[in-house]
Design a protein around this ligand. Structure first.
Ligand SMILES: Nc1nc2c(c(=O)[nH]1)N[C@H]1C(S)=C(S)[C@@H](COP(=O)(O)O)O[C@H]1N2
Ligand SMILES: [Mo]
Length: 371
Protein backbone atom coordinates (compact mmCIF):
# COMPACT_ATOMS: atom_id res chain seq x y z
CA UNK A 1 0.00 0.00 0.00
CA UNK A 2 1.41 3.45 -0.86
CA UNK A 3 2.43 5.59 2.02
CA UNK A 4 -0.68 7.61 2.93
CA UNK A 5 1.20 10.84 3.42
CA UNK A 6 3.71 10.59 0.58
CA UNK A 7 3.37 13.03 -2.31
CA UNK A 8 3.95 10.48 -5.03
CA UNK A 9 2.33 7.13 -5.03
CA UNK A 10 5.65 5.35 -4.75
CA UNK A 11 5.65 1.90 -6.29
CA UNK A 12 8.77 -0.15 -6.54
CA UNK A 13 9.40 -1.60 -9.97
CA UNK A 14 12.38 -3.13 -11.72
CA UNK A 15 12.54 -0.84 -14.72
CA UNK A 16 14.22 2.55 -14.63
CA UNK A 17 13.25 3.44 -18.19
CA UNK A 18 9.80 4.70 -17.24
CA UNK A 19 8.53 8.20 -17.94
CA UNK A 20 9.16 9.41 -14.40
CA UNK A 21 12.71 10.79 -14.44
CA UNK A 22 12.82 13.48 -11.84
CA UNK A 23 16.54 14.29 -11.57
CA UNK A 24 16.70 16.47 -8.49
CA UNK A 25 20.15 15.65 -7.14
CA UNK A 26 21.26 17.57 -4.06
CA UNK A 27 24.27 19.83 -4.66
CA UNK A 28 26.85 19.18 -1.96
CA UNK A 29 29.63 20.93 -3.87
CA UNK A 30 29.74 22.65 -7.27
CA UNK A 31 33.48 22.48 -7.90
CA UNK A 32 34.57 19.76 -7.68
CA UNK A 33 31.16 18.35 -8.55
CA UNK A 34 29.56 16.39 -5.71
CA UNK A 35 25.89 15.51 -6.04
CA UNK A 36 23.72 13.37 -3.79
CA UNK A 37 20.73 11.19 -4.64
CA UNK A 38 17.74 12.21 -2.52
CA UNK A 39 17.27 8.73 -1.08
CA UNK A 40 13.57 9.28 -0.37
CA UNK A 41 13.09 9.21 -4.19
CA UNK A 42 14.13 5.55 -4.29
CA UNK A 43 11.59 3.97 -6.62
CA UNK A 44 13.28 1.43 -8.81
CA UNK A 45 15.98 -1.14 -8.26
CA UNK A 46 18.02 0.54 -11.01
CA UNK A 47 18.88 4.14 -10.23
CA UNK A 48 18.24 6.35 -13.27
CA UNK A 49 21.50 7.94 -14.44
CA UNK A 50 20.24 11.47 -13.77
CA UNK A 51 19.60 10.46 -10.14
CA UNK A 52 22.89 8.64 -9.58
CA UNK A 53 25.16 10.45 -7.11
CA UNK A 54 28.36 12.05 -8.41
CA UNK A 55 31.61 12.04 -6.45
CA UNK A 56 34.63 13.85 -7.84
CA UNK A 57 37.81 15.18 -6.25
CA UNK A 58 38.99 17.30 -9.17
CA UNK A 59 37.29 19.13 -12.04
CA UNK A 60 35.46 16.71 -14.36
CA UNK A 61 37.76 16.20 -17.37
CA UNK A 62 36.49 16.46 -20.93
CA UNK A 63 37.83 13.57 -22.99
CA UNK A 64 37.06 12.69 -26.60
CA UNK A 65 36.55 9.00 -27.31
CA UNK A 66 38.73 9.35 -30.41
CA UNK A 67 41.74 10.64 -28.50
CA UNK A 68 41.31 8.34 -25.54
CA UNK A 69 43.80 5.51 -25.03
CA UNK A 70 44.09 3.01 -22.21
CA UNK A 71 47.72 2.30 -21.48
CA UNK A 72 48.53 -1.07 -19.88
CA UNK A 73 52.07 -1.15 -18.54
CA UNK A 74 54.38 -2.19 -15.67
CA UNK A 75 54.91 -5.86 -14.82
CA UNK A 76 53.55 -7.19 -18.11
CA UNK A 77 55.11 -9.06 -21.05
CA UNK A 78 53.66 -6.79 -23.70
CA UNK A 79 52.68 -3.23 -22.74
CA UNK A 80 50.11 -1.76 -25.11
CA UNK A 81 47.63 1.04 -25.69
CA UNK A 82 44.01 0.32 -26.42
CA UNK A 83 41.72 2.67 -28.34
CA UNK A 84 38.04 3.22 -27.62
CA UNK A 85 36.99 1.44 -30.82
CA UNK A 86 39.17 -1.56 -29.99
CA UNK A 87 37.69 -1.76 -26.51
CA UNK A 88 34.16 -1.60 -27.87
CA UNK A 89 34.87 -4.49 -30.24
CA UNK A 90 35.91 -6.82 -27.39
CA UNK A 91 33.33 -9.19 -25.85
CA UNK A 92 31.10 -7.16 -23.54
CA UNK A 93 28.73 -7.92 -20.70
CA UNK A 94 26.22 -6.05 -18.62
CA UNK A 95 25.75 -6.44 -14.88
CA UNK A 96 24.13 -4.37 -12.20
CA UNK A 97 26.22 -3.22 -9.27
CA UNK A 98 25.66 -0.98 -6.31
CA UNK A 99 28.28 1.69 -5.76
CA UNK A 100 28.41 3.42 -2.40
CA UNK A 101 30.83 6.18 -1.48
CA UNK A 102 32.81 5.26 1.62
CA UNK A 103 31.77 8.62 3.14
CA UNK A 104 28.03 8.02 2.70
CA UNK A 105 26.26 8.91 5.98
CA UNK A 106 29.01 11.26 7.15
CA UNK A 107 26.48 13.99 8.03
CA UNK A 108 25.29 11.81 10.94
CA UNK A 109 28.69 11.47 12.59
CA UNK A 110 29.36 12.97 15.99
CA UNK A 111 31.90 14.48 16.40
CA UNK A 112 31.67 16.00 12.94
CA UNK A 113 34.04 14.38 10.43
CA UNK A 114 36.04 16.07 7.70
CA UNK A 115 34.89 15.70 4.10
CA UNK A 116 31.71 16.05 2.05
CA UNK A 117 28.72 15.79 4.40
CA UNK A 118 26.66 13.14 2.63
CA UNK A 119 23.40 12.05 4.20
CA UNK A 120 22.05 8.71 2.90
CA UNK A 121 22.25 9.17 -0.88
CA UNK A 122 25.90 8.77 -1.89
CA UNK A 123 24.89 5.38 -3.24
CA UNK A 124 23.19 4.02 -6.35
CA UNK A 125 22.63 0.85 -8.31
CA UNK A 126 23.17 0.88 -12.08
CA UNK A 127 23.56 -1.47 -15.01
CA UNK A 128 27.13 -1.32 -16.23
CA UNK A 129 28.25 -2.52 -19.66
CA UNK A 130 31.84 -3.13 -20.57
CA UNK A 131 34.71 -5.54 -21.00
CA UNK A 132 36.07 -7.70 -18.22
CA UNK A 133 39.25 -6.19 -16.85
CA UNK A 134 40.76 -9.71 -16.87
CA UNK A 135 40.40 -9.86 -20.68
CA UNK A 136 42.59 -6.80 -21.10
CA UNK A 137 45.09 -7.90 -18.43
CA UNK A 138 45.43 -11.28 -20.12
CA UNK A 139 46.23 -9.61 -23.42
CA UNK A 140 49.12 -7.74 -21.75
CA UNK A 141 50.45 -10.94 -20.17
CA UNK A 142 50.77 -10.23 -16.47
CA UNK A 143 54.15 -11.33 -15.10
CA UNK A 144 54.15 -13.84 -12.21
CA UNK A 145 55.65 -11.33 -9.76
CA UNK A 146 52.82 -8.83 -10.28
CA UNK A 147 50.72 -8.27 -7.14
CA UNK A 148 48.48 -5.32 -7.84
CA UNK A 149 47.07 -3.26 -10.67
CA UNK A 150 47.13 0.54 -10.20
CA UNK A 151 44.42 2.52 -12.01
CA UNK A 152 44.93 6.15 -12.97
CA UNK A 153 42.15 8.55 -13.86
CA UNK A 154 42.66 11.46 -16.24
CA UNK A 155 41.56 13.99 -13.59
CA UNK A 156 44.22 15.74 -11.56
CA UNK A 157 44.81 18.65 -9.22
CA UNK A 158 46.19 19.73 -5.88
CA UNK A 159 44.62 18.52 -2.65
CA UNK A 160 44.82 21.07 0.18
CA UNK A 161 43.43 18.91 2.98
CA UNK A 162 45.21 16.58 3.35
CA UNK A 163 48.07 18.23 1.47
CA UNK A 164 49.18 16.47 -1.70
CA UNK A 165 52.74 16.58 -3.05
CA UNK A 166 51.79 19.06 -5.80
CA UNK A 167 49.52 18.03 -8.67
CA UNK A 168 48.37 14.43 -8.42
CA UNK A 169 46.03 12.14 -10.35
CA UNK A 170 43.21 10.14 -8.86
CA UNK A 171 44.77 6.68 -8.49
CA UNK A 172 43.78 3.48 -6.71
CA UNK A 173 44.95 -0.12 -6.85
CA UNK A 174 43.35 -3.55 -6.67
CA UNK A 175 45.03 -6.79 -5.65
CA UNK A 176 45.14 -9.09 -8.69
CA UNK A 177 42.87 -11.55 -6.89
CA UNK A 178 40.05 -9.00 -7.19
CA UNK A 179 41.20 -7.45 -10.48
CA UNK A 180 40.91 -10.82 -12.24
CA UNK A 181 37.42 -11.57 -10.98
CA UNK A 182 34.72 -11.73 -13.66
CA UNK A 183 32.57 -8.95 -12.15
CA UNK A 184 35.25 -6.25 -12.50
CA UNK A 185 34.55 -4.29 -15.68
CA UNK A 186 36.06 -1.64 -17.88
CA UNK A 187 32.67 -0.01 -18.36
CA UNK A 188 31.67 2.34 -21.17
CA UNK A 189 27.92 2.28 -20.65
CA UNK A 190 25.66 2.98 -17.71
CA UNK A 191 21.99 2.00 -17.85
CA UNK A 192 22.24 1.26 -21.57
CA UNK A 193 23.71 4.61 -22.61
CA UNK A 194 27.30 5.74 -23.11
CA UNK A 195 28.73 7.01 -19.82
CA UNK A 196 28.01 10.65 -19.06
CA UNK A 197 30.98 12.93 -18.46
CA UNK A 198 30.29 13.08 -14.72
CA UNK A 199 30.27 9.30 -14.40
CA UNK A 200 33.56 8.76 -16.22
CA UNK A 201 33.22 9.08 -20.01
CA UNK A 202 34.62 7.43 -22.01
CA UNK A 203 35.66 4.50 -19.79
CA UNK A 204 35.68 3.79 -16.07
CA UNK A 205 36.51 0.87 -13.87
CA UNK A 206 33.57 -0.72 -12.02
CA UNK A 207 34.52 -2.78 -8.97
CA UNK A 208 31.32 -4.43 -7.70
CA UNK A 209 31.33 -5.09 -3.95
CA UNK A 210 33.86 -2.39 -3.13
CA UNK A 211 33.32 1.16 -1.98
CA UNK A 212 33.14 3.71 -4.79
CA UNK A 213 36.71 4.98 -4.64
CA UNK A 214 37.84 1.73 -6.29
CA UNK A 215 35.74 2.39 -9.40
CA UNK A 216 38.18 4.81 -11.04
CA UNK A 217 36.50 7.12 -13.58
CA UNK A 218 38.09 8.55 -16.76
CA UNK A 219 40.50 5.61 -16.66
CA UNK A 220 43.59 6.16 -18.79
CA UNK A 221 46.32 3.94 -17.39
CA UNK A 222 46.76 0.57 -15.68
CA UNK A 223 50.16 -0.20 -14.15
CA UNK A 224 50.92 -3.69 -12.85
CA UNK A 225 53.18 -3.57 -9.79
CA UNK A 226 55.14 -6.15 -7.81
CA UNK A 227 54.76 -4.16 -4.57
CA UNK A 228 51.68 -2.83 -2.79
CA UNK A 229 50.65 0.63 -3.96
CA UNK A 230 50.69 3.31 -1.25
CA UNK A 231 49.39 6.30 -3.19
CA UNK A 232 47.62 9.35 -1.78
CA UNK A 233 44.06 8.02 -2.26
CA UNK A 234 45.00 4.76 -0.62
CA UNK A 235 46.75 6.06 2.50
CA UNK A 236 46.05 9.73 3.29
CA UNK A 237 42.49 9.30 2.00
CA UNK A 238 40.22 6.23 1.91
CA UNK A 239 42.21 4.37 4.57
CA UNK A 240 41.91 3.91 8.32
CA UNK A 241 43.87 2.43 11.22
CA UNK A 242 43.22 -1.17 12.16
CA UNK A 243 44.61 -2.87 15.24
CA UNK A 244 47.55 -5.11 14.45
CA UNK A 245 50.19 -6.88 16.59
CA UNK A 246 52.79 -4.13 16.19
CA UNK A 247 50.31 -1.31 16.78
CA UNK A 248 47.61 0.34 14.66
CA UNK A 249 48.33 -0.15 10.98
CA UNK A 250 46.90 1.78 8.01
CA UNK A 251 44.56 -0.26 5.82
CA UNK A 252 43.07 0.89 2.51
CA UNK A 253 39.27 0.69 2.30
CA UNK A 254 37.94 -2.07 0.11
CA UNK A 255 34.70 -4.02 0.52
CA UNK A 256 31.43 -2.25 1.30
CA UNK A 257 29.88 -2.95 4.69
CA UNK A 258 26.42 -4.47 5.20
CA UNK A 259 23.80 -1.72 5.37
CA UNK A 260 20.09 -0.94 5.06
CA UNK A 261 18.73 2.55 4.49
CA UNK A 262 15.16 3.78 4.89
CA UNK A 263 13.77 5.74 1.92
CA UNK A 264 10.24 6.26 3.27
CA UNK A 265 9.08 7.72 5.59
CA UNK A 266 11.43 10.70 5.74
CA UNK A 267 12.97 12.49 8.69
CA UNK A 268 10.36 14.36 10.76
CA UNK A 269 7.49 13.18 8.58
CA UNK A 270 4.11 13.29 10.31
CA UNK A 271 2.12 10.09 10.00
CA UNK A 272 -1.37 9.27 11.28
CA UNK A 273 -1.62 6.96 14.26
CA UNK A 274 -3.72 3.77 13.84
CA UNK A 275 -3.02 3.51 10.12
CA UNK A 276 -0.81 1.47 7.83
CA UNK A 277 2.38 3.29 6.90
CA UNK A 278 4.71 1.80 4.34
CA UNK A 279 8.33 1.72 5.45
CA UNK A 280 10.66 0.97 2.55
CA UNK A 281 14.25 1.19 1.44
CA UNK A 282 17.25 -0.72 0.11
CA UNK A 283 19.93 -2.97 1.59
CA UNK A 284 23.33 -4.07 0.31
CA UNK A 285 26.53 -5.73 1.39
CA UNK A 286 30.01 -5.93 -0.15
CA UNK A 287 30.65 -9.34 -1.64
CA UNK A 288 27.67 -11.00 0.04
CA UNK A 289 23.98 -11.48 -0.43
CA UNK A 290 21.50 -9.80 1.91
CA UNK A 291 19.87 -12.32 4.22
CA UNK A 292 17.35 -10.13 6.06
CA UNK A 293 16.36 -6.61 6.94
CA UNK A 294 14.86 -5.89 10.35
CA UNK A 295 13.07 -2.76 11.46
CA UNK A 296 12.59 -1.21 14.85
CA UNK A 297 10.05 1.54 15.48
CA UNK A 298 11.12 2.14 19.07
CA UNK A 299 14.75 3.07 18.67
CA UNK A 300 16.09 -0.47 18.73
CA UNK A 301 14.29 -2.39 21.49
CA UNK A 302 11.90 -4.55 19.47
CA UNK A 303 12.55 -5.66 15.88
CA UNK A 304 10.32 -6.96 13.08
CA UNK A 305 11.35 -8.49 9.76
CA UNK A 306 10.83 -6.53 6.55
CA UNK A 307 9.92 -8.19 3.27
CA UNK A 308 12.70 -8.45 0.70
CA UNK A 309 11.42 -7.65 -2.79
CA UNK A 310 12.33 -9.27 -6.09
CA UNK A 311 15.16 -11.76 -6.42
CA UNK A 312 18.74 -11.44 -5.20
CA UNK A 313 21.14 -10.18 -7.88
CA UNK A 314 24.86 -10.49 -7.06
CA UNK A 315 26.46 -7.12 -6.19
CA UNK A 316 23.12 -5.34 -6.51
CA UNK A 317 21.15 -3.87 -3.64
CA UNK A 318 17.85 -5.41 -2.59
CA UNK A 319 14.71 -3.36 -2.09
CA UNK A 320 12.54 -4.11 0.94
CA UNK A 321 9.32 -2.90 2.51
CA UNK A 322 7.13 -3.30 5.57
CA UNK A 323 3.55 -2.29 6.30
CA UNK A 324 3.65 -0.70 9.72
CA UNK A 325 0.42 -0.70 11.74
CA UNK A 326 1.05 2.56 13.49
CA UNK A 327 0.24 2.59 17.21
CA UNK A 328 -2.46 4.73 18.84
CA UNK A 329 -0.11 6.77 20.99
CA UNK A 330 0.91 10.03 19.28
CA UNK A 331 4.44 11.40 19.61
CA UNK A 332 7.95 10.95 18.29
CA UNK A 333 9.12 7.52 17.17
CA UNK A 334 12.61 6.40 16.22
CA UNK A 335 12.78 4.10 13.20
CA UNK A 336 15.85 1.97 12.57
CA UNK A 337 16.69 -0.50 9.82
CA UNK A 338 19.27 -3.24 10.28
CA UNK A 339 20.54 -5.55 7.54
CA UNK A 340 22.20 -8.93 7.89
CA UNK A 341 24.07 -10.72 5.12
CA UNK A 342 24.44 -14.44 4.39
CA UNK A 343 27.73 -14.63 6.27
CA UNK A 344 25.91 -13.47 9.43
CA UNK A 345 27.43 -9.99 9.38
CA UNK A 346 24.98 -7.48 10.94
CA UNK A 347 25.03 -3.70 11.09
CA UNK A 348 26.49 -2.50 14.39
CA UNK A 349 24.37 -0.37 16.71
CA UNK A 350 27.17 2.08 17.48
CA UNK A 351 29.89 3.83 15.58
CA UNK A 352 33.38 2.38 15.41
CA UNK A 353 35.44 5.58 15.76
CA UNK A 354 38.56 3.97 14.29
CA UNK A 355 36.90 4.20 10.88
CA UNK A 356 37.34 7.98 10.86
CA UNK A 357 34.92 9.46 8.29
CA UNK A 358 34.42 6.24 6.31
CA UNK A 359 32.45 2.97 6.28
CA UNK A 360 29.45 4.41 8.07
CA UNK A 361 27.04 1.53 8.57
CA UNK A 362 25.92 1.68 12.19
CA UNK A 363 22.15 1.93 12.60
CA UNK A 364 21.09 5.59 12.59
CA UNK A 365 17.64 6.44 13.97
CA UNK A 366 15.14 8.24 11.76
CA UNK A 367 12.67 10.26 13.82
CA UNK A 368 9.05 10.63 12.73
CA UNK A 369 5.96 12.00 14.44
CA UNK A 370 2.68 10.16 14.88
CA UNK A 371 -0.34 12.46 15.11
N1 LIG B 1 39.12 9.47 -11.66
C1 LIG B 1 38.33 9.49 -10.59
N2 LIG B 1 37.64 8.37 -10.30
C2 LIG B 1 36.83 8.37 -9.22
C3 LIG B 1 36.72 9.48 -8.36
C4 LIG B 1 37.45 10.65 -8.70
O1 LIG B 1 37.38 11.69 -8.04
N3 LIG B 1 38.24 10.61 -9.82
N4 LIG B 1 35.92 9.39 -7.24
C5 LIG B 1 35.70 8.03 -6.72
C6 LIG B 1 34.73 7.96 -5.64
S1 LIG B 1 35.29 8.43 -4.12
C7 LIG B 1 33.47 7.44 -5.82
S2 LIG B 1 32.43 7.22 -4.52
C8 LIG B 1 33.00 7.02 -7.17
C9 LIG B 1 31.69 7.68 -7.52
O2 LIG B 1 31.28 7.37 -8.81
P1 LIG B 1 30.13 8.25 -9.48
O3 LIG B 1 30.56 9.69 -9.47
O4 LIG B 1 29.91 7.70 -10.84
O5 LIG B 1 28.90 8.06 -8.60
O6 LIG B 1 33.95 7.35 -8.18
C10 LIG B 1 35.29 7.07 -7.83
N5 LIG B 1 36.12 7.22 -8.98
MO1 LIG C 1 33.70 7.94 -2.59
Amino acid sequence: MPHPSSKHSVQFGSDASTAWKPGGLIIREKEPLNLEFPFSNLQTVITPTNQFFVRSHFPVPSISAEDWRLEVTGEVDAPFKLSYDELRRLPAETRSATIECAGNGRAFLVPKAKGVLWETGAVGNANWTGVRLSTVLQRAGVKPQALEAVFQGADSGVSEEPKSPGVIYFERSLPLTKANRPEVLLAYQMNGQDLTREHGFPVRLVVPGWFGMASVKWLNKITLTATPFNGFWQTLEYAYFQDSPGGPSLVALSEMAVKATIAQPVFHETIASRTVARVCGAAWSGENEIDSVELSMDGGTRWVTAQLLGEPVPYSWRLWEYDWQTPARPGRYQLKARARDKTGEVQPSSRDQSRLGYMINHTVPLEIELV
